[in-house]
Write a protein that binds this ligand. Structure first.
Ligand code: ADP
Length: 683
């Protein structure tokens, strides 16, 4: 096999890194950036003074690339080469090359802001412009000034605008590694198809029947369409009237596929067989699949978008950018000349596609990121002036500050509180971190850990296909002796507890139409979270009292109260004479409970007056997903905070307040005392 382009430039790379603290390396996908750069620097002795960290925006990539590098070095995964992703750490004292998600590195910088354990930090796949990579870029810029003598920072990318990044790092060196891409013929459709799945299918079959050997990579938008496509393609290939002289195998490839199924795409096709790989944009740059000669590009991608003025997420299918289209086409030319079938007209590519994808930082909720930055206790950080490669909007930063204030992570002057510091240490989104802290105070930590783990593992309780089964399941989960129908969080807890009582039997999951894999993952997450909570409990969390909680405790009231505190900025009030809700807070809008929710109406057919929700999503209408009933007396203190909120003070940056301590105490204690004193009548 040909030598990877990166390896042909080994000496040049080593020389440039030796002479410069920051180097940008641009090389096309598959040139060997992820797998080889760490090994080159390892060979050149950089691991003598510290480890090499390589960040990846995706968990899948961190795991598969670490595996690959361990294999290439002939070592066992977790020893010389390891990986760390949220809720999973496969490293040891011996680890000198560590692949980790960008979120994990950010988290490590909390406990060790100088990141002294590393001699080299490689921010890989920077072109993906993930939220965490963008924040790390800003932090690296600061760090390199302090550690210029013993730290090397490499930023690698397939498509990134090298000049822009170089300018950001005060004109650092940029190395372009020329690739060996073969020409790719681009074939455009005359018009946009009305049904893109059908159109992909037809094109794939045409290729199979008419074109010479070579694997086919099909870019679709998400798992559902991929599954549909895999099924239809397999079926149609079997029943082809006009046969192909080759066999065919079809593989799906997306982020939620179990690792053992993902790595199948790295094995070459058997003799006289064509592989079809039906993938999301994960195959654009993150994972390089060899042997592709034909690419079918739908021209679409699924993108999560946050709107700070409504607090709502939408998962939209949007047009790809020109950079993405070129990346996709490039996948066809790695081994020989290839063809890319673009299922859109040339004019769409030229006139409608954006130049580049909008970075995640400009389309995400920033509450978690702002909390990290605040907790790094960099005295000169003013969030609104932080040095971002592409700054987010002021509206979105202010939205983050408001959210953090309402859940007590920052005080009214924008200073991080003790609660905020404890929250930042938990690898969870702010609302769930706040819930755990409150649950600890209230003595229901064990239950809250379960709910949080189930939400973090994204356990989906899908409606079963059989009505009887559904009825039975609803009865067993939601209608337990205390008559609770409090909503989805409580159901998640009950599901987990039932599984616990069944001794974590996988058959129990199958019987209840739950995915064994996600339930097992939630169990792992719970274990990890408990350990983290125990560890940080020394300072601010009273882990023991929560941990001693009896499993049979069916009093969900405390848990609901903790959830109310955690989701203090995600509250909704039922509208009079109506089962719709409007959100409470600095932005109000009409929303409905998602149809999948198990929240129940009372005997009069009325839903609870107040609820908290895990997220707002905009599908056909604005919906609250994962809803829990709460009580007015818990909501009131939050509304009082809302009245006092002043965004000018909140965004005042650091150093604004000299009496932080008193304000912190007030923020932490008084609302809780108020709730305690008023009691919680009526339930
Ligand atoms: P880049 O980061 O520049 O996109 P990589 O280092 O990921 O490149 O890939 C370099 C080569 O190694 C590619 O040919 C790719 O197919 C191969 N490769 C990467 N990961 C694996 C793996 N897990 N198994 C087999 N081959 C792999």
């Amino acid at each position: 096999m040909a030598v990877l382009p990166i390896l042909q430039f080994e000496d040049k790379i080593a020389e440039t890194v030796a002479e410069n603290p920051v180097v940008v390396i641009i090389g096309e996908t598959g040139s060997g950036k992820s797998t080889q750069l760490s090994q080159i620097l390892h060979r050149r002795g950089y691991t003598r003074s510290g480890a090499i960290a390589v960040t990846q925006p995706r968990r899948v990539a961190a795991v598969t690339v670490a595996r690959r590098v361990a294999f290439e070095l002939g070592s066992r995964l977790g020893e010389e080469v390891g990986y760390a992703i949220r809720f999973e750490d496969r490293t040891s004292d011996k680890t000198c090359i560590k692949y980790l998600t960008d979120g994990c590195l950010l988290r490590e910088s909390l406990s060790n802001p100088e990141l002294n354990q590393y001699s080299v930090i490689i921010l890989d796949e920077a072109h993906e412009r993930s939220l965490n990579t963008d924040i790390l870029l800003g932090l690296m810029k600061r760090l390199i000034n302090r550690r210029s003598s013993n730290l090397k920072v490499l930023i690698t990318s397939a498509t990134l605008d090298g000049v822009k990044v170089s300018r950001f790092f005060s004109g650092c060196s940029v190395l372009n590694v020329p690739g060996t891409l073969f020409p790719v013929e681009k074939l455009y459709s005359t018009e946009r198809p009305t049904n893109y799945v059908e159109c992909c299918l037809k094109t794939a079959l045409d290729v199979h029947v008419r074109e010479p050997p070579g694997d086919v990579l099909i870019f679709m938008t998400g798992q559902d369409d991929i599954d549909k496509m895999v099924f239809k393609l397999e079926e149609r290939i079997q029943n082809l009237e006009e046969g192909s002289c080759m066999d065919a195998i079809v593989f799906p490839l997306h982020g939620s596929l179990p690792p053992e199924l993902q790595i199948r795409v790295f094995s070459p096709a058997p003799p006289n067989c064509r592989r079809f790989i039906v993938a999301t944009n994960i195959a654009e740059t993150s994972l390089t699949v060899d042997g592709i000669v034909y690419v079918i590009d739908s021209g679409f991608v699924k993108q999560r978008q946050y709107n700070p003025s409504t607090g709502m997420y939408s998962l939209d299918i949007v047009q790809i950018s020109r950079v993405q289209a070129d990346q996709r086409a490039g996948r066809a030319g790695r081994t020989c000349p290839g063809k890319c079938y673009r299922l859109y007209p040339r004019t769409v590519y030229d006139e409608e596609f954006l130049d580049a994808t909008i970075p995640e930082i400009q389309r995400s909720s920033l509450a978690g990121s702002v909390l990290y930055l605040k907790s790094l206790s960099l005295s000169d950080i003013d969030i609104l002036k932080f040095d971002f490669l592409d700054p987010p909007s002021r509206e979105s930063l202010e939205d983050a500050l408001r959210q953090l204030y309402l859940i007590d992570a920052i005080d009214e002057n924008g200073q991080i509180t003790e609660i905020g510091k404890a929250m930042a240490e938990l690898p969870l989104e702010p609302s769930l971190a706040r819930t755990l802290i409150e649950a600890n105070e209230l003595g229901c930590l064990s239950q809250a850990l379960t709910v949080t783990s189930m939400l973090s593992a994204e356990v989906a309780i899908r409606p079963t296909h059989s009505k009887n089964k559904e009825k039975k399941r609803k009865q067993s989960f939601s209608k337990l002796p205390d008559g609770s129908g409090w909503g989805d969080h409580i159901q998640l807890l009950q599901v987990y507890e039932s599984w616990d009582r069944a001794d974590y039997d996988p058959n129990w999951c199958t019987d209840n139409e739950l995915q064994v894999r996600s339930m097992t993952f939630s169990k792992d997450v719970r274990k990890q979270l408990s350990q983290i909570v125990q560890k940080i409990g020394k300072g601010s969390l009273d882990v023991e009292s929560g941990m001693r909680q009896k499993k049979s405790d069916k009093d969900y009231k405390k848990l609901r109260r903790a959830l109310c505190r955690g989701y203090g900025n995600q509250l909704a009030e039922r509208m009079l004479h109506h089962n719709g809700y409007h959100t409470l807070g600095y932005r109000s809008q009409l929303v409905q409970v998602h149809p999948s929710s198990v929240l129940e109406a009372d005997e009069d057919g009325q839903l609870p007056d107040y609820v908290v929700y895990h997220e707002l999503i905009n599908t056909s209408r604005p919906f609250m997903r994962n809803v829990c009933a709460v009580e007015i007396s818990w909501v009131q203190p939050i509304l009082k905070k809302l009245e006092k909120m002043n965004i000018d003070k909140l965004s005042g940056g650091s150093g604004a307040s000299e009496n932080t301590e008193t304000i912190e105490n007030k923020t932490i204690n008084s609302p809780m005392q108020a709730v305690d004193a008023s009691g919680t009548p009526g339930s």
